[in-house]
Design a protein around this ligand. Structure first.
Ligand SMILES: Cc1cc2nc3c(=O)[nH]c(=O)nc-3n(C[C@H](O)[C@H](O)[C@H](O)COP(=O)(O)O)c2cc1C
Length: 171
């Protein structure tokens, strides 16, 4: 699958087959994440892989919009270190997450990004996983073999694209 195809066919998956994900595939996705660009190559990310069913159940209990973490065989927690990139850590780690989503999709795996940073879920998740105070949790991402094929639309390209000056729609 080439990159453009992966970008266009990836969808958020919230239903998973009850089968485990091979360790080498998890590592491959994490490796893709770490090759993301970051401001000054600061790489302000760390990844925490959760497979334990009880921990996933607790994550699902905490995150109101991520109940399906109880059923996805893997959850990856994307951690940001603001001390490595004070102004850009949020964007830097988000780019790594997108790499992870696309790599997973190209390997036949499904994912869903659940926002955590600046939500009431962040502190309880940090506490549960013993994540140090100085770090932030950008998001959790569920990972597993998809058991649904959702389709979603996008705003038309013409609506969101301007040429040369804002508001100019002719190329
Ligand atoms: C920053 C961010 C936060 C998100 N948080 C959640 C979430 O808490 N729960 C969830 O089910 N999906 C979440 N999503 C997934 C979006 O709902 C999804 O990407 C969007 O509806 C587009 O659908 P698609 O990914 O299938 O193309 C989040 C996505 C992003 C980028």
């Amino acid at each position: 699958m080439d990159v453009i195809e992966a970008i266009k066919t990836r969808r958020s998956i919230r239903k998973y087959k009850p089968i485990p994900v091979e360790e080498d595939k998890i590592v491959e996705c994490l490796d893709a994440a770490r090759w993301a660009p970051s401001a000054n190559n600061s790489q302000p990310w760390e990844f925490l892989v959760v497979k334990n069913a009880e921990t996933r159940r607790k994550l699902a209990e905490i995150h109101r919009y991520g109940r399906f973490m109880a059923e996805s065989p893997v959850v990856v927690v994307f951690i940001a270190d603001p001390s490595k990139s004070e102004n850009w850590y949020h964007g830097d780690v988000a780019v790594a997450v997108q790499n992870f989503l696309l790599a997973a999709h190209s390997l036949g795996l499904g994912t869903c990004w659940m926002g955590v940073i600046n939500t009431p879920f962040e502190e309880p998740i940090k506490k549960l996983l013993e994540i140090p105070d100085k770090l932030r949790v950008l998001c959790t991402v569920s990972l597993g073999y998809p058991d649904e094929k959702p389709s979603r639309s996008r705003r038309p390209l013409e609506e969101i694209t301007h040429w040369e000056k804002y508001g100019c729609k002719t190329k």
